[in-house]
Design a binder for this molecule. Structure first.
Ligand code: GLC
Length: 643
């Protein structure tokens, strides 16, 4: 059975049902959303203690909670018990459980656990550090010996890490007394919060990895399970609902009055699927990151019970189903709108942006590892394997650029109508931007940002390239060449702060047309070739995978020189990343967590394996026996890549 056939059967339900049954599979079924509406109610009766009681509107037939239900009734699943606020040991001030299965939790912490603002102690630490630095400079200029300098370096480095941990913990968000994520930014200097007080799925990934590496698994498990609940939320924009399986971009824990009881409030999770986000962008990357984190959680904690849960398995399948659904595409790459990933504003990345393809490939491999073998999953697995083969061929073959390939494109013939065209996408050589001719190094190469008919986006996008290395979407040679390019173009990509989100910037008329004259994305700022410290962690994983950690170590050292002094900005501006970004938040959590993860992994590189996927020999063989590069002949007309 070919890819499309298999997927079609899966989707139409013609084959064995993979996605279970029950009332939750209709997009228009609002009972489903209600069923999943978990609430944690709270009364203000006590002065020092909050009375916490989780209630739920769960009803029969909820696929998520087939293993139990709430209230005072027995609950089998360990996580459901969490949601009953029983994981209160992680919240300070827990005293006792009352007879009704409720908990008393420290009032101050619960009232607004997110509002413990960045405090004087950090500022003090910073001043101490400056003092130490000044002393060190004095010592150095007086010819002090290396031992003193080493000691100083150690103290200052450790104190930056300590500060990062302290800030990361302060960014933790609680729901029903349990930690479930980290807030995007806690910038005391910023007057408009926008949605930076949300827990973003993509922003939480480095936080989650940092906690995993520290052996603190609860917050990651809670995050995985709570966001899973949100996956089936009723989501509409102007009466239109996006596909089932979509994960939100972010969510917020809100305290709202409890229905019918003036003296009580309750906590609810309020997700944003893009219906409130600036530009109304759909977060395609969220579900992909969720799968990647789920695998990392299992690998790191060795607790496979989470990924084996029926609801989690169904969650994985829903994401896959959404991504593997057939559309009008000719390409195996995922077709998305602009702003569907880390770059969540208009930046001309609609179509088949590399970042999404790399995360897609990575998530497919991770899902394949975690999906329980069962009859009902056979078709889905077949579709997944077919897609992996086709996707890796497509990206490796058509997205790759180095000086040799550029020269090939430079000499392309156009308007080739045939099955065997060399210039398949009808790329006009005039499209090659002048900057690239100068920029492409003799040694090194990269995957371009996007490929469409008659269009190659030649910009270098860091995250897509790094994650292609991490996930083995790029070949070994390509992966080394990507790192070679980063080394060769260090002054452009790293300069004074790692790492450029993309290179180069869109300027002038191009900026006007492509960004819609976006004042936040002016040249060399924010998404338009700004520098994002969070990308340090992905750089580190990629370098460790290729056994070249020294590259990441160099970048981390550069970041360490100013990131804490600058108060952990979200991004930096200018060609060389000299300035803190025009509108950058300070104390941006994923800048903090990205730095921490890079440090932790460099200290113990073996831990990076929780994120890495190696090339699968089974896929390589399947690829060799069904090489799409073969000329189209009669025999190949129905070629499929069944493994
Ligand atoms: C900005 C970034 C996005 C990030 C969000 C929260 O919108 O573009 O990638 O998730 O801020 O930090």
């Amino acid at each position: 059975m070919g890819t499309s056939e298999a997927v079609l059967q899966v989707l139409s339900g013609a084959g064995p049902r993979v996605f279970g049954s029950g009332p939750c599979f209709s997009p228009s079924d609002s009972t489903c959303a209600l069923n999943l509406h978990l609430k944690c109610s709270r009364r203000r009766a006590l002065r020092c203690f909050e009375f916490l009681k989780c209630s739920s509107m769960l009803q029969n037939g909820d696929r998520r909670l087939s293993s139990g239900f709430f209230g005072n009734t027995k609950v089998d699943s360990p996580w459901l018990q969490n949601c009953k606020c029983q994981e209160a040991e992680s919240v300070s001030g827990v005293t006792t459980e009352d007879g009704n299965g409720t908990w008393f939790v420290d009032n101050a912490k619960m009232l607004n656990p997110m509002d413990t603002m960045v405090n004087a102690s950090n500022v003090l630490e910073f001043q101490d550090l400056q003092q130490l630095k000044r002393e060190n400079e004095g010592l150095t200029s007086n010819g002090a010996n290396g031992a003193v300098r080493d000691t100083f370096d150690k103290i200052s480095v450790d104190s930056i890490e300590d500060e990062a941990w302290e800030l990361l913990r302060e960014s933790m968000v609680y729901y029903c007394g349990s930690p479930i994520g980290t807030i995007a930014a806690k910038d005391p200097t910023s007057s408009s919060t926008l949605n930076y007080d949300h827990v973003f799925i993509r922003d939480f990934i480095p936080s989650g990895i940092a906690f995993l590496l520290k052996g603190e698994y609860d917050i990651v498990r809670n995050f995985i399970l709570h966001t899973l609940q949100l996956q089936s939320w009723e989501k509409t924009m102007d009466c239109h609902s996006p596909g089932q399986g979509l994960m939100p971009a972010s969510f917020k824990v809100r305290t709202v009055p409890l229905d019918g009881d003036d003296s009580a409030t309750e906590e609810v999770l309020d997700p944003d699927f893009g219906e409130a986000a600036i530009g109304r962008v759909a977060p395609v990357d969220s579900g992909l990151w969720w799968i990647i984190l789920l695998r990392a959680y299992g690998k790191c904690s060795e607790d496979l019970s989470v990924q084996e849960r029926v609801d989690v398995q169904t969650g994985i399948k829903m994401i896959l189903r959404l991504c593997l659904a057939d559309g009008f595409d000719m390409f195996p790459t995922l077709l998305v709108t602009d702003g569907s990933c880390m770059i969540d504003r208009r930046m001309g990345i609609h179509g088949h942006p590399l970042e999404i393809q790399a995360l897609f490939y990575s998530a497919l491999l991770c899902a394949r590892e975690m999906l329980a073998p069962e009859d009902g999953s056979a078709d889905l697995l077949r579709a997944l394997n077919n897609r992996l083969v086709a996707l890796s061929f497509h990206i490796r073959e058509y997205y790759w650029i180095d000086s040799r390939k550029l020269n090939e494109i430079y000499r392309y013939k156009t308007e080739e109508y045939s099955y065997d065209a060399v210039n398949k996408f009808n790329i006009y050589p005039d499209q090659i931007p002048p900057w690239l001719v100068e920029w492409i190094p003799n040694k090194g190469g990269y995957l371009i940002g996007n490929l469409q008919p008659a269009h190659m986006d030649f910009r270098f996008f860091s995250l897509g390239n790094l994650w292609s290395v991490v996930s083995s979407l790029a070949t070994l040679d390509q992966s080394h060449a990507i790192l070679d390019l980063i080394e060769a173009k260090w002054v452009d990509l790293v300069a004074d702060m790692p790492l450029k989100i993309c290179y180069p910037a869109l300027e002038g008329q191009e900026w006007q047309i492509i960004t819609g004259s976006d004042p936040k994305n002016t040249a060399w700022s924010y998404h338009n070739a700004g520098s994002w410290p969070t990308l340090l962690w992905q750089l580190t994983v990629a370098c460790i995978k290729m056994n070249r950690p020294e590259i990441a170590a160099r970048a981390v050292e550069i970041a360490g020189k100013r990131i804490s002094r600058d108060n952990w900005p979200e991004y930096y501006d200018t060609k060389r990343a000299r300035f803190i970004g025009k509108q950058a938040r300070l104390f941006q959590t994923w800048s903090i967590a990205g730095y921490l993860v890079a440090k932790l992994l460099l200290a113990d590189p073996s831990k990076a394996k929780i994120l890495i996927t190696e090339e699968d020999p089974e896929l390589v063989n399947a690829f060799l026996s069904a090489n799409p590069r073969r000329k189209r002949g009669r025999k190949n007309l129905k070629q499929t890549y069944i493994i």
